[in-house]
Design a protein around this ligand. Structure first.
Ligand code: GLN
Length: 304
């Protein structure tokens, strides 16, 4: 039996001493005030044992990690039809780059770059009766926790400064790959990114990706082939132009967000979430990457 509690305690202690903690995202002004010294980690394993260390119970903005959940909701509704409108290849570009989108005629490279997630948001706006309420209800079902909600201040802050996302949505619209109006889709997208969870809640939300599409109470949200696709995309595209580095160092499918969270899974074994708001130059959590590298190296566990 691996002593996860002991291992994550020692990771948390060793990371407390690290000086280079990265830089907190400031392009969404409301995120800039988060304390760079925060660090939390939570693991939930297949038998529902839980292990927590550091600031694992503090809420943070999940940002791009929400793209995995919106993708899941989307393919649970339209399944493989999604791939007519979004690709499945890594972009090798930062999350908000637009040049490839024009080059590839309005079909985003994958659902985890912003343009791809905006197409997914468009599909959810088309299919959900009350998109924001229904998406939140989906997350409540996944986590069995109805306290999870949007942070309106963060959504507004991003709306006020989201010029590149506004540009991406307009470019998609010009190629006919956005069916609803730009403002409605972006309002949904900015809200999904503004959802706040702590490490424990996010571990619960990601439980389906390590458990063949079934959540903790046994309810099925995705079939096995859909989970394969989501996990493959996390592995190849979950960290933008650092996806190779994450696979190389950590060896798990995962997804980062500019709020400093990282959620990752080892299928059949565990779900792990780290949160440390300082980002590296590629927009991924500096200490989160380090913590997960230490976790998989010290336990000799990875998908490989
Ligand atoms: N809401 C952010 C954006 O669209 C999400 C980016 C991220 O977390 N990488 O810019």
């Amino acid at each position: 039996m691996i002593d996860y509690q002991n291992i994550i305690n020692s990771i948390t202690t060793s990371l407390k001493r690290v000086d280079d903690r990265g830089i907190v995202a400031s392009y969404i002004p409301e995120l800039a005030s988060v304390d760079v010294n925060k660090f939390g980690i939570h693991i939930v394993d297949a038998d529902l044992n839980r292990f927590s260390s550091g600031d694992a119970n503090e809420l943070f903005s999940i940002q791009s990690i929400s793209k995995v959940l919106s993708l899941s909701k989307c393919i649970s509704i339209i399944d493989n039809d999604l791939w007519k409108r979004v690709g499945v290849e890594p972009s090798g570009d930062p999350f908000n780059h637009l040049s490839l989108l024009e080059f590839e005629n309005g079909i985003p490279r994958n659902p985890f770059i912003n343009a791809g997630a905006i197409v997914v948001a468009d599909i959810l706006v088309s299919h959900l009766k009350n998109p924001k309420e229904d998406f939140l209800a989906f997350i409540h079902e996944l986590t069995n926790d109805t306290s999870i909600t949007y942070n309106e201040k963060i959504a507004q802050s991003e709306k006020d400064t989201g010029f590149r996302n506004i540009a991406a949505a307009n470019l998609l619209k010009s190629y006919g790959n956005l069916l609803n109006d730009v403002d409605t889709v972006l309002d949904f997208y900015f809200h999904q990114c503004s959802i706040e969870m702590n490490c424990e809640q996010l571990s619960d939300a990601f439980f389906i990706f390590m458990n063949h599409g079934n959540c903790q109470n046994g309810k099925t949200f995705l079939n096995i082939n859909q989970v394969k696709r989501v996990n493959a995309l996390m592995l190849t595209c979950g960290f933008y132009d650092e996806a190779g580095e994450f696979a190389f160092e950590v060896g798990l499918p995962g997804k980062s967000g500019v709020g400093g969270g990282i959620a990752a899974v080892l299928p059949n074994e565990f779900t792990v979430v780290t949160w440390s708001p300082g980002l590296n130059a590629k927009g991924n959590s500096e200490l989160g990457m380090k913590a997960l590298e230490q976790l998989t190296t010290q336990t000799s566990q990875s998908i490989f």
